[in-house]
Design a protein around this ligand. Structure first.
Ligand code: FMN
Length: 191
Protein backbone atom coordinates (compact mmCIF):
# COMPACT_ATOMS: atom_id res chain seq x y z
CA UNK A 1 0.00 0.00 0.00
CA UNK A 2 1.20 3.49 -0.86
CA UNK A 3 2.31 5.39 2.26
CA UNK A 4 0.13 8.45 1.63
CA UNK A 5 -2.91 6.20 1.10
CA UNK A 6 -2.23 4.58 4.47
CA UNK A 7 -1.72 7.92 6.22
CA UNK A 8 -5.02 9.26 4.92
CA UNK A 9 -7.01 6.04 5.14
CA UNK A 10 -6.13 4.98 8.70
CA UNK A 11 -8.92 5.68 11.17
CA UNK A 12 -9.48 5.09 14.86
CA UNK A 13 -11.49 1.89 14.73
CA UNK A 14 -13.93 1.28 17.59
CA UNK A 15 -15.72 -1.84 16.33
CA UNK A 16 -13.91 -5.09 15.58
CA UNK A 17 -14.66 -8.61 14.41
CA UNK A 18 -13.78 -11.30 16.94
CA UNK A 19 -11.55 -13.14 14.43
CA UNK A 20 -8.10 -14.10 15.68
CA UNK A 21 -5.23 -12.10 14.18
CA UNK A 22 -2.42 -14.40 12.99
CA UNK A 23 0.76 -14.04 15.01
CA UNK A 24 2.88 -13.41 11.86
CA UNK A 25 0.74 -10.38 11.04
CA UNK A 26 1.25 -8.97 14.54
CA UNK A 27 4.96 -9.62 14.27
CA UNK A 28 5.16 -7.74 10.94
CA UNK A 29 3.39 -4.78 12.51
CA UNK A 30 5.75 -4.80 15.49
CA UNK A 31 8.71 -4.98 13.12
CA UNK A 32 7.45 -1.77 11.45
CA UNK A 33 7.24 -0.14 14.90
CA UNK A 34 10.77 -1.28 15.67
CA UNK A 35 12.08 0.56 12.57
CA UNK A 36 11.02 3.98 13.88
CA UNK A 37 13.57 6.71 14.50
CA UNK A 38 14.53 7.13 18.15
CA UNK A 39 16.34 9.67 20.29
CA UNK A 40 20.03 8.69 20.60
CA UNK A 41 19.05 5.53 18.76
CA UNK A 42 18.05 4.02 22.09
CA UNK A 43 15.02 2.35 20.49
CA UNK A 44 13.46 2.91 23.89
CA UNK A 45 10.19 1.07 23.30
CA UNK A 46 8.82 -2.22 24.45
CA UNK A 47 5.48 -3.73 23.45
CA UNK A 48 3.09 -6.02 25.26
CA UNK A 49 0.69 -8.07 23.15
CA UNK A 50 -2.23 -8.77 25.44
CA UNK A 51 -5.13 -11.17 24.94
CA UNK A 52 -7.38 -13.30 27.14
CA UNK A 53 -8.34 -12.28 30.67
CA UNK A 54 -5.87 -9.42 30.92
CA UNK A 55 -7.30 -7.90 27.74
CA UNK A 56 -10.75 -8.10 29.33
CA UNK A 57 -9.46 -6.41 32.48
CA UNK A 58 -8.08 -3.49 30.44
CA UNK A 59 -11.57 -3.06 28.95
CA UNK A 60 -13.17 -3.24 32.38
CA UNK A 61 -10.83 -0.59 33.71
CA UNK A 62 -11.37 1.72 30.73
CA UNK A 63 -15.13 1.15 30.96
CA UNK A 64 -15.12 2.23 34.60
CA UNK A 65 -13.13 5.34 33.76
CA UNK A 66 -15.50 6.23 30.92
CA UNK A 67 -18.56 5.66 33.14
CA UNK A 68 -17.20 8.17 35.65
CA UNK A 69 -17.53 10.86 32.99
CA UNK A 70 -21.31 10.34 32.91
CA UNK A 71 -22.15 8.98 36.36
CA UNK A 72 -25.96 9.03 36.00
CA UNK A 73 -26.94 6.07 33.74
CA UNK A 74 -30.41 7.54 33.17
CA UNK A 75 -29.00 10.81 31.85
CA UNK A 76 -26.64 9.26 29.28
CA UNK A 77 -27.16 10.23 25.64
CA UNK A 78 -27.12 7.53 22.93
CA UNK A 79 -23.63 8.73 21.88
CA UNK A 80 -22.36 8.42 25.43
CA UNK A 81 -23.80 4.89 25.67
CA UNK A 82 -22.06 3.92 22.44
CA UNK A 83 -18.78 5.29 23.79
CA UNK A 84 -19.21 3.36 27.05
CA UNK A 85 -19.90 0.17 25.14
CA UNK A 86 -16.72 0.72 23.13
CA UNK A 87 -14.67 1.40 26.26
CA UNK A 88 -15.93 -1.65 28.19
CA UNK A 89 -15.51 -4.08 25.33
CA UNK A 90 -12.62 -2.39 23.50
CA UNK A 91 -14.86 -2.74 20.50
CA UNK A 92 -14.53 -6.52 20.65
CA UNK A 93 -10.90 -6.48 19.49
CA UNK A 94 -9.16 -9.77 20.28
CA UNK A 95 -5.78 -8.20 21.10
CA UNK A 96 -4.48 -5.09 22.82
CA UNK A 97 -1.00 -3.71 22.26
CA UNK A 98 0.59 -1.66 25.03
CA UNK A 99 3.67 0.50 24.35
CA UNK A 100 6.14 1.08 27.17
CA UNK A 101 9.25 3.15 27.69
CA UNK A 102 11.73 3.80 30.48
CA UNK A 103 10.79 6.62 32.85
CA UNK A 104 13.42 9.29 33.36
CA UNK A 105 13.85 11.93 36.05
CA UNK A 106 15.26 14.37 33.50
CA UNK A 107 12.32 16.01 31.66
CA UNK A 108 14.33 16.35 28.44
CA UNK A 109 15.16 12.66 28.36
CA UNK A 110 11.63 11.73 29.30
CA UNK A 111 10.32 13.87 26.43
CA UNK A 112 12.78 12.25 24.04
CA UNK A 113 11.70 8.78 25.15
CA UNK A 114 8.00 9.62 24.73
CA UNK A 115 8.62 11.09 21.28
CA UNK A 116 10.52 7.98 20.19
CA UNK A 117 7.75 5.66 21.33
CA UNK A 118 5.09 7.88 19.73
CA UNK A 119 6.96 7.55 16.41
CA UNK A 120 7.06 3.78 16.81
CA UNK A 121 3.38 3.71 17.72
CA UNK A 122 2.37 5.65 14.62
CA UNK A 123 4.42 3.21 12.51
CA UNK A 124 2.51 0.42 14.22
CA UNK A 125 -0.87 2.01 13.44
CA UNK A 126 0.00 2.55 9.78
CA UNK A 127 1.44 -0.95 9.36
CA UNK A 128 -1.70 -2.43 10.94
CA UNK A 129 -3.83 -0.52 8.45
CA UNK A 130 -1.67 -1.76 5.58
CA UNK A 131 -2.30 -5.30 6.91
CA UNK A 132 -6.07 -4.73 6.81
CA UNK A 133 -6.34 -4.30 10.58
CA UNK A 134 -7.87 -1.63 12.76
CA UNK A 135 -6.35 0.19 15.74
CA UNK A 136 -7.27 3.07 18.04
CA UNK A 137 -4.53 4.99 19.85
CA UNK A 138 -5.74 5.34 23.42
CA UNK A 139 -4.36 7.25 26.34
CA UNK A 140 -7.69 7.30 28.26
CA UNK A 141 -6.91 4.08 30.21
CA UNK A 142 -3.65 5.67 31.42
CA UNK A 143 -5.62 7.64 33.97
CA UNK A 144 -5.29 4.42 35.96
CA UNK A 145 -1.75 3.72 34.84
CA UNK A 146 -0.54 2.29 38.15
CA UNK A 147 -3.28 -0.36 38.13
CA UNK A 148 -2.57 -1.14 34.51
CA UNK A 149 1.13 -1.54 35.26
CA UNK A 150 0.40 -3.93 38.07
CA UNK A 151 -2.04 -5.92 35.96
CA UNK A 152 0.51 -6.31 33.15
CA UNK A 153 3.60 -6.77 35.30
CA UNK A 154 5.26 -3.55 34.08
CA UNK A 155 8.47 -2.68 35.93
CA UNK A 156 8.60 0.30 38.31
CA UNK A 157 11.06 2.18 36.10
CA UNK A 158 8.84 1.90 33.00
CA UNK A 159 5.83 3.91 31.95
CA UNK A 160 2.98 3.14 29.60
CA UNK A 161 2.92 5.47 26.61
CA UNK A 162 -0.12 4.29 24.68
CA UNK A 163 -2.54 1.44 24.23
CA UNK A 164 -4.38 0.20 21.15
CA UNK A 165 -6.81 -2.59 20.41
CA UNK A 166 -5.90 -4.57 17.32
CA UNK A 167 -8.24 -6.60 15.17
CA UNK A 168 -10.14 -6.88 11.92
CA UNK A 169 -12.40 -3.85 11.62
CA UNK A 170 -16.15 -4.40 11.70
CA UNK A 171 -16.77 -0.73 10.96
CA UNK A 172 -14.64 2.22 9.82
CA UNK A 173 -15.64 5.69 10.98
CA UNK A 174 -15.91 8.53 8.48
CA UNK A 175 -12.75 10.62 8.23
CA UNK A 176 -12.88 13.63 10.55
CA UNK A 177 -12.52 17.03 8.89
CA UNK A 178 -9.14 18.67 8.97
CA UNK A 179 -9.21 21.83 11.09
CA UNK A 180 -6.99 23.76 8.68
CA UNK A 181 -7.07 21.90 5.34
CA UNK A 182 -5.00 24.45 3.43
CA UNK A 183 -2.50 24.78 6.32
CA UNK A 184 -2.82 28.55 6.32
CA UNK A 185 -2.86 28.69 10.13
CA UNK A 186 -0.93 25.62 11.22
CA UNK A 187 2.16 26.33 9.15
CA UNK A 188 4.46 29.34 9.20
CA UNK A 189 7.30 29.46 6.71
CA UNK A 190 10.22 31.21 8.33
CA UNK A 191 12.71 32.29 5.67
C1 FMN B 1 -2.53 10.73 21.88
C2 FMN B 1 -3.90 10.19 21.49
C3 FMN B 1 -4.75 9.74 22.48
C4 FMN B 1 -6.01 9.20 22.16
N1 FMN B 1 -6.79 8.67 23.15
C5 FMN B 1 -7.97 8.10 22.84
C6 FMN B 1 -8.74 7.47 23.84
O1 FMN B 1 -8.36 7.39 25.01
N2 FMN B 1 -9.92 6.90 23.48
C7 FMN B 1 -10.37 6.92 22.19
O2 FMN B 1 -11.45 6.39 21.94
N3 FMN B 1 -9.65 7.51 21.20
C8 FMN B 1 -8.47 8.10 21.49
N4 FMN B 1 -7.70 8.66 20.50
C9 FMN B 1 -8.17 8.64 19.10
C10 FMN B 1 -8.65 10.03 18.64
O3 FMN B 1 -9.92 10.27 19.18
C11 FMN B 1 -8.66 10.05 17.10
O4 FMN B 1 -7.33 9.89 16.63
C12 FMN B 1 -9.21 11.35 16.55
O5 FMN B 1 -10.59 11.47 16.89
C13 FMN B 1 -9.09 11.44 15.02
O6 FMN B 1 -9.70 10.31 14.40
P1 FMN B 1 -8.86 9.34 13.44
O7 FMN B 1 -7.82 8.68 14.29
O8 FMN B 1 -9.87 8.37 12.90
O9 FMN B 1 -8.23 10.17 12.38
C14 FMN B 1 -6.44 9.18 20.80
C15 FMN B 1 -5.56 9.62 19.81
C16 FMN B 1 -4.30 10.10 20.14
C17 FMN B 1 -3.35 10.51 19.04
Amino acid sequence: MDLFTAIKGRRSCRKYKPDVVPREKIERILQAANWAPSGRNWQQWEFLVVSGEKRDKIGQLYGELAAQRWPDPQARTPEQKVFLQWAETLGGAPVVIVALTKTDADPNTRKMNLESVAAAFQNLLLAAYAEGLGTCWMTGPLRREEELKELLGVAEDQEIVAVTPLGYPAEWPAPPLRLDPDLSQKVRWIE
